[in-house]
Design a protein around this ligand. Structure first.
Ligand SMILES: O=C(O)CCC(=O)C(=O)O
Length: 382
């Protein structure tokens, strides 16, 4: 039910919207003409969802429609947004033990935009990654640091070139299960977007809050473009710069409305834990008010038909990548996306680094990319 500017509960299976629903819930009291209705439909189903169309639809100004995960939809008055708590939205992020089922973790991630899994990797594995990354942190030359990347923050990009132990975190089964659930409805396979070691030194200030999916100039309702995973290589505390997350902020389409960014919570977690968050979730590094460095490894995974944030086949060139197994090589982009009619990024030569087999279970028909018949055009012709 839509009441006092908010939905009274999360609607995980709501995918069909008919006129009666729209009249009763989305635009009560507004006259919605055919053009608006069409635009609304396109926005919901993601047929186009362009900013221009959304602007056409949202009249009078101040009314904002928002949706996320193809399963959650609501709207509110942008001029007088109720505090998030009043709208029954998330004020914190849930924290699970490592043995929790990925289904519960995915549910929490979809609901809140972020979730912590405690002690997901053993200390020895984390220490090995930290040892390999240690000498590389700071590769991001001082002169190249910006207010956004942090003046007192060290970074190392393309970590699989330098830190082979990081492959166990990048291809961690739990992480891939979550990525499968969030991303595979929209692509045949996903790739790593970036792999960055980040050490926040004492004295660093809060990083600007941001979404990771902004390089992609599109906001299609219901389509999540990427997820991020921040591994704690040291304990993350509120004092030492734990990543700050705005719970529920993934439900806001960025072009039309910003969430209340004051509702930010630090992802406090012990070393070896991971914060998983959506590409649409507002977050940022924290100020380090402690005496010691806070070190993390942040990996993003994006839909396989998008250009990844970093050029991973150069960051981790074939001679290095060939040391990794097929799963990792595929994540790095040494494989085509999809097969047959939805194939992208094909390679017609041969090289041992290349993963020739398409991902198992890759089903373009299920995603609606390919007509269910072998040749729909032929069928529809007289
Ligand atoms: O260091 C962190 O906690 C987050 C960093 C981040 O989000 C970024 O640099 O894009």
């Amino acid at each position: 039910m839509f009441q006092n500017g908010a939905w009274n509960r999360y609607l995980p299976t709501l995918t069909i919207f008919d006129d009666a629903f729209v009249d009763a819930n989305i635009c009560p009291g507004l006259s919605v003409d055919a053009e608006h209705r069409e635009n609304l439909h396109e926005l919901i189903v993601g047929a186009q969802g362009s900013r221009r169309q959304a602007r056409n639809f949202f009249q009078p100004p101040g009314r904002v429609f928002l949706t996320a995960q193809a399963v959650h939809i609501g709207y509110f008055d942008a001029r007088t947004p109720a505090p998030m708590a009043d709208r029954g939205e998330a004020m914190s992020i849930e924290s699970f033990d490592a043995n929790e089922s990925s289904v519960k973790i995915v549910d929490a991630l979809r609901r809140d935009g972020g979730v912590i899994v405690r002690n997901l990797a053993p200390a020895a594995q984390i220490d090995a990654v930290a040892d390999e990354l240690g000498p590389q942190l700071g590769r991001f030359a001082e002169g190249k640091r910006t207010d956004f990347s942090g003046r007192k923050t060290l970074r190392c990009h393309g970590v699989l070139r330098y830190a082979p132990s990081a492959s166990a975190l990048i291809a961690h089964r739990m992480v891939l299960d979550v990525a499968d659930a969030i991303l595979l409805p929209f692509c045949a396979d996903y790739q790593v977007g970036s792999m960055t070691g980040i050490e926040i030194l004492p004295g660093e200030s809060d990083q600007q809050l941001h979404r990771d999916d902004t390089p992609y100039p599109m906001c299609l309702a219901g389509l999540e473009l990427q997820i991020g995973v921040m591994w704690a290589l040291t304990d993350f505390t509120a004092e030492n710069g734990a990543t700050r997350v705005v719970p529920g902020s993934h439900r806001f389409l960025r072009a039309w409305h910003r969430p209340d960014l004051s509702h930010v919570v630090p992802a406090v977690m012990p070393k070896g834990s991971a914060l998983l968050y959506l590409g649409s979730t507002w977050h940022g590094g924290g100020a380090n008010r402690s005496q010691a460095a806070r070190t993390g490894l942040i990996n993003t995974y994006s839909l396989g038909w998008l250009r990844p944030e970093n050029n991973n086949t150069l960051e981790v060139p074939p001679e290095v990548a060939k040391r990794y197994d097929e799963t990792v090589r595929r994540l790095l982009g040494y494989a085509s996306h999809g097969d047959g009619q939805d194939r992208l990024g094909a390679f017609h030569g041969s090289d041992p680094v290349w993963v020739a087999k398409a991902r198992k279970g890759s089903d373009a028909v299920a995603r609606g990319q390919v007509p269910p018949t072998a040749d729909a055009r032929q069928q529809s012709s007289p």
